[in-house]
Design a protein. Structure first.
Length: 177
């Protein structure tokens, strides 16, 4: 081999080896690393988003209207408060006190108040929905016995996500408007 060729080969090898050298100071090493941090508030919001609808809904002042003896229908009223950052939908109700329960709403249609069944009652994110006379309510149809004021009735509420909660509901004598 010629001397020039040998020197060229040695120089080339030293350049290649120098380029592979990992002994550079850490400050010279370029790295890209994305760091994600969460505040306590963000962690709480994420945890609330993962809660079931039943866990995020608080039932306030539930009651069932006491009806005269022999009546086969009545209604349940309450306020649902949603502590989650997501809309929650109540999709059904059930009780052993009646043959079945339906979600209903009173609406003004062509100047007349009409009542009809609805598929769901929505509770806005971090909001509330009032079930009250003249608005949304739960109809208990086919009462199995007369419900007396002061009596407690279990009502099972089921939400769109499949979660449910049972609410102990007092029967109250309420004046009809």
């Amino acid at each position: 081999m010629s001397r020039t060729y040998q020197l060229t080969l040695i120089l080339l090898c030293s350049f290649v080896l120098n380029a592979c050298d990992n002994s550079k100071p850490e400050a010279e090493v370029e790295t890209k690393k994305e760091v994600k941090t969460e505040t306590k508030s963000e962690k709480k919001t994420e945890a609330k988003a993962e809660m079931s609808a039943a866990d995020s809904i608080t039932i306030v002042d539930p009651y069932i209207r006491a009806m005269p003896p022999g009546q086969k229908v009545t209604a349940m009223f309450m306020t649902m408060e949603n502590s989650s950052p997501s809309l929650q939908d109540l999709v059904s109700a059930d009780t052993t006190a009646s043959e079945h329960a339906e979600l209903h709403e009173h609406k003004m249609i062509d100047g007349m108040m009409k009542m009809g069944q609805v598929e769901k009652i929505s509770v806005e994110a971090n909001g509330s929905a009032a079930l009250k006379p003249g608005g949304y309510h739960i109809m208990l149809i086919g009462l199995k016995k007369d419900l007396q004021p002061g009596e407690m009735v279990d009502i099972k509420l089921t939400f769109k996500d499949g979660s449910s909660k049972t609410v102990k509901t007092e029967v109250k004598k309420i004046a009809v408007n």
